[in-house]
Write a protein that binds this ligand. Structure first.
Ligand code: F0G
Length: 458
């Protein structure tokens, strides 16, 4: 019998209750949080789609691995299990554990950054950009034009624009300490990068004599997109595709909070011996001894086991089907989204859904607050609130006003997804009544985390 439903490829052994609240309670709670979803207590959230980072459900095998964690300060067997599991997929010479992805970025750019340096990527994630800029260097985004058009159905919207990269490398020469590439491209909607593009970026970097570093946070999702969409890749095992992706690179940064099913952790991997030695000295200063790097031995074991599970193709098929399912249903409801749906999240185009709310009245924030009030769903505005404030204190509309529904790994079932879709259905019916917001208070930088909002009168 052929089944068309792609089921969750696991059953549930431990459950965590989630708390139902009434609309009246939620109105009170969001007002007390100054209409900022980051200020909510997570106990007051029913379905938490704020991030897919660190929110995965561990497997029974990972829980068991926690108990084999060896907490020795130096030379722990947990480290060697972790190192072997990483190297099985990503054959780098030096693997340095860190407490999360941004710590790997901070170490890398403390060595490669500095005033006058410029670092290209498809799209730098905020913490990567932040760590580059904190050293006085500049971060540049060179994603293909299709990657910036929410309606364009290009299969690899995370690809680097190769002509732009070539021109960039020619123009800036030795001022480029490395070429970065984010897989999948989170900032662009979780869009994948093709193997052909990874190889072409690597070839350009080599030709210009620049190291090539992959931000591999969602490498397994990227590899499964390659398997599904790239000519000639459909019959290859995901593990082989992963090895091919990383064989092209001179190093990687990684957040194990994404595609390693861990609640904390990350790593910096490098091939260059001298650079790795400098990074290790830095690691000891800021993270810890190189065989634990800011993590407990048990965390290293959870990552090692998580890496074996993340490349399971039944899991990846279900994973990418989940976001596609939510995307298809939202489209059928007339909710505009970034297409095609990416791996870890569905991005709703709030500016197009709520055209009566001007960008500087924050349509993304309006939608995110409404999702919480109507359904207890927490999402994340990725638009003018997040990117609209310039360093000189002036404000302009971001290119898009999106709301990200990030999907924690192995946490929610299809009925949770159907519930989210019902809340959207209700919202579509009343969307013309939603109103924008003004900011009553904001900090000088990264305002989305702590800004206080007030609803505009309708
Ligand atoms: N790179 C990418 C592409 C990311 O998405 C993230 C985190 C990081 C680096 C930093 O890793 O959080 O372990 O320090 N993204 C999370 C998100 C926070 O919600 O998208 P970290």
């Amino acid at each position: 019998m052929r089944s068309r439903v792609i089921i969750e490829p696991f059953r549930i052994k431990a459950v965590e209750p989630i708390r139902l609240t009434t609309r009246e309670e939620r109105l009170r709670l969001i007002e007390a949080a100054d209409f900022n979803l980051f200020a909510l207590k997570s106990d007051d959230v029913l379905i938490d789609l704020l991030t897919d980072s660190g929110t995965s459900a561990m497997s029974a095998a990972q829980q068991a691995a926690l108990l084999s964690g060896d907490e020795s300060y130096a030379g722990s067997p947990s480290f060697f299990r972790f190192e072997a599991a990483v190297r099985e997929l990503m054959p780098f010479r030096h693997i340095l554990p860190t407490h999360q992805g941004r710590a790997a970025e901070a170490i890398l750019f403390s060595l490669l950054g500095g005033a006058g340096r410029v670092v290209p990527s498809n799209n730098h994630f905020d913490t990567t950009r932040g760590n580059i800029e904190a050293t006085g260097a500049e971060a540049h985004d060179l994603v293909i034009a299709e990657g910036m058009d929410p309606e364009n159905l290009h299969p690899f919207k995370g690809n680097m624009d190769l002509a732009k990269l070539d021109a960039f490398l020619t123009r800036h020469g030795a001022a480029v300490p490395c070429v970065m590439l984010t897989v999948t491209n989170n900032a662009g909607g979780g869009q994948p990068v093709s193997l052909a593009n990874i190889r072409a970026v690597a070839a350009l970097a080599r030709r210009h004599g620049r190291p090539f570093i992959i931000d591999g946070c969602r490498f397994a999702e990227n590899a499964y997109f390659i398997k599904m969409r790239e000519p000639g890749q459909g019959d290859r095992p995901v593990t082989a595709i992963v090895r091919d992706m990383f064989a092209e690179a001179d190093g990687m940064t990684m957040s194990a909070k994404k595609d390693a099913f861990a609640n904390i952790g990350g790593w910096l991997a490098l091939n260059d011996d001298a650079l790795a030695q400098a990074a290790r000295s830095r690691l000891i200063l800021t993270e810890g001894f190189p065989t634990y790097g800011g993590l407990a031995g048990r965390d290293l074991d959870a990552i090692a086991q998580g890496l074996r599970e993340i490349v399971d193709e039944n899991y990846l098929r279900y994973r990418l089907r989940t976001s596609a399912y939510i995307g298809e249903r939202l489209t059928a409801l007339g909710v505009p989204i970034v297409k095609p749906t990416g791996g870890h999240a569905v991005f709703v185009d709030a500016r197009r859904m709520l055209p009566h709310i001007a960008p500087l009245e924050y349509p993304g924030q309006a939608l995110a607050v409404a999702l919480y009030v109507e359904g207890g769903i927490r999402s994340c505005e990725i638009g003018t609130v997040m990117f609209g404030m310039k360093a000189d204190g002036t404000e302009t509309a971001a290119p898009m006003d999106l709301v990200r529904l990030a999907i924690p790994r192995r946490v929610y079932t299809q009925s949770h997804a159907d519930y989210v879709l019902e809340v959207f259905e209700d919202l579509v019916a009343v969307k013309s009544r939603l109103r924008g917001y003004r900011i009553a208070w904001q900090p000088p930088a990264m305002r989305h985390f702590t800004a206080k909002f007030r609803p505009l009168e309708g």
